[in-house]
Design a protein around this ligand. Structure first.
Ligand SMILES: Nc1ncnc2c1ncn2[C@@H]1O[C@H](COP(=O)(O)OP(=O)(O)O)[C@@H](O)[C@H]1O
Ligand SMILES: [Mg+2]
Length: 265
């Protein structure tokens, strides 16, 4: 990947739902091989922003640049072709199908007469599961028998299988046990090792902090702050989030490391 600095860049995105303005002019960027923690309270607009990037919603205003190419809007198919995979908050696996079937769903490998190349798909799935540390389970296991954390893993395996360049995880750790959360965090670090980019949405700072390189704080449809991880501790981040929720502002002592007003971009 070269010739562009950002895998995704949005310019002045505005999105309205009737009277609600979910996004009020959002400029958001993700670099190559960067993990961005997108944080903010419920209703801040996080899911809306990533759904626009993944082509699910069309913005009312603004544009989206993917690898330097500008679009007024994307479709899910176009976003997919450009290497963007959104792992939804909502369930998107087919419960009665096996792990390997789910990994290849909609993208089945077929032979010259349209026959499914089952062995190749199972072998590839098994290899991928092993690579991301999901080796205990057979690729023939139906998805309905998997835990929530394992399901997230299967979705990430699916994204990796299609060589996604940007994997978007929207609240992947909600309703997971502590050990499952650790698993999900390991998958994210695996994406980083493989040179991919990731947008990780969570309102649990302790889940997003260990994996993110940079944090973007969204509040009521606007990006209000942006920090490099090296500049703050999880406690600082927590403190800032509480302040934004209470007063709509970040504490003044953090302004000098806030990249939005620090003019470092
Ligand atoms: N499909 C929709 N129809 C109507 N309003 C929506 C829809 N999706 C989101 N909203 C509204 O847009 C705002 C932002 O929502 P959302 O992007 O889901 O926030 P977050 O993911 O940060 O919790 C909220 O006020 C929400 O109610
Ligand atoms: Mg959401």
């Amino acid at each position: 990947m070269s010739g562009f600095k950002y895998i995704v860049e949005t310019k002045n995105l505005v999105k309205r739902f009737g009277d609600v303005i979910a996004l009020k002019g959002v400029n958001f960027k993700v670099r190559n091989n960067e993990i961005v923690g997108l944080v903010g309270d419920n209703g801040a607009g996080k899911s809306t922003l990533v759904k626009i990037i993944a082509g699910i919603y069309a913005p009312d205003e603004g544009e989206i640049l993917i690898k330097g190419q500008a679009f007024r809007r994307l479709t899910p198919q176009k976003a997919y072709e450009l290497g963007i995979v959104l792992v939804h908050q909502e369930r998107t696996l087919s419960e009665n199908h096996t792990i390997w079937r789910n990994i290849f769903m909609g993208r089945e490998l077929t032979g010259p007469f349209g026959f499914l190349r089952i062995k190749e798909m199972r072998d590839t799935a098994t290899k991928l599961l092993k690579e991301i540390g999901l080796k205990a389970m057979s690729a023939d296991t139906p998805v309905k028998y998997l835990s929530g954390g394992y399901k997230q893993g299967v979705q990430i395996a699916r994204a990796l299988c299609f060589e996604a360049d940007l994997v978007i995880l929207d609240e992947p750790t909600v309703q997971l046990s502590i050990s499952e959360v650790q698993r999900v965090l390991e998958y994210v670090l695996e994406l980083k090792k493989r040179g991919k980019s990731c947008i990780f949405i969570s309102h649990n700072i302790y889940h997003v902090y260990p994996v993110a390189d940079r944090f973007v704080l969204l509040d009521r449809g606007k990006i209000v702050a942006e920090f490099m991880k090296a500049d703050l501790t999880p406690e600082d981040l927590s403190h800032i989030m509480v302040s934004i929720a209470r007063t709509g502002k970040i504490p003044v002592e953090y302004e000098k490391i806030n990249l939005i007003r620090g003019g470092q971009e």
